[in-house]
Design a protein around this ligand. Structure first.
Ligand SMILES: Nc1ncnc2c1ncn2[C@@H]1O[C@H](COP(=O)(O)OP(=O)(O)OP(=O)(O)O)[C@@H](O)[C@H]1O
Length: 245
């Protein structure tokens, strides 16, 4: 695997809603199988950036390139087929369907699998996230933590090159957070999927990521290793605060 190959690049992305500039000249590259954290204060523009990458929004300026193609403003279902999957801050699963059926949707919709292949892809993805034993459970009976894991499984089953995680740890307890960290690591290591991970649980990001990107007021203020980011004055002032003495 060529880990240094860039699969996603954002070039000078600007997103404006009327007079409000929410993203201002963002450049960002993600390499194959890289694990990148995306952090910043509330309202910094992280979710909006995901929405631009997945073509929910067409940026007012700039380009999104994925696997060598200009995909700026391409329809969201095409982005998924091309290999970008995502999870949501507010979990979105089909509540009356079982865990396995939910993940099969990812396999069919994202990877274009037929029923037999989709079932196999779903079982493998459920195994990766540790939900095999609950695969026949309707998702309305699952805990928040399991539904977050299920969203990851659904993304993995679509066979993406890049998975976008939007606050997968929100609302989880410490045990569930450790389990989630383990799943994120394995998703990258065992599947070779690049991950761009938005999170307010900064400790987890710093422990696990190769690189951390920091947004503040729609501007990228840092893009470096975790050790460099925690020592960055701009990041301390905008988001992290001074370390405890
Ligand atoms: N559709 C929209 N129309 C107008 N303003 C929007 C829209 N979507 C987002 N915004 C604004 O863009 C800014 C960035 O929001 P965004 O949700 O991307 O931030 P965030 O970094 O993901 O925040 P959080 O950490 O709270 O999830 C906010 O000021 C928000 O109110």
């Amino acid at each position: 695997m060529q880990q240094s190959e860039t699969i996603l690049s954002l070039e000078s992305i600007q997103m404006r809603f009327g007079g409000l500039v929410v993203l201002d000249g963002i450049d960002l590259a993600v390499a194959r199988a890289e694990l990148v954290g995306l952090i910043g204060p509330n309202g910094a523009g992280k979710s909006t950036l995901f929405n631009v990458m997945t073509a929910i929004y067409a940026p007012t300026r700039g380009k999104v390139r994925f696997l060598g193609r200009d995909v700026t403003g391409v329809a969201p279902h095409k982005i998924c087929r091309l290999g970008i999957a995502r999870t949501f801050q507010l979990v979105r699963t089909f509540l009356t369907m079982t865990a396995r059926e939910n993940v099969m949707v990812g396999a069919v919709y994202g990877a274009g699998s037929r029923a037999g292949n989709a079932a196999q892809a779903a079982d493998e993805a459920l195994d990766l996230v540790g939900l095999s034993a609950r695969r026949d459970m309707p998702t309305r009976h699952m805990t928040l933590s399991d539904r977050r894991l299920l969203e990851i499984a659904r993304g993995v089953a679509s066979q993406p090159a890049l998975l976008l995680l939007d606050e997968p740890m929100a609302g989880l307890n410490p045990t569930e957070i450790r389990q989630m960290v383990d799943v994120i690591r394995r998703t990258r290591q065992e599947r070779g999927i690049a991950i761009l991970w938005v999170e307010h649980k900064v400790d987890a990001i710093m422990k696990v990521c190769d690189r951390v990107v920091v947004l503040d007021h729609g501007v990228k203020i840092a893009d470096a290793t975790p050790a460099e980011v925690v020592a960055n004055r701009k990041v301390i002032e905008a988001y992290l605060g001074e370390p405890a003495a």
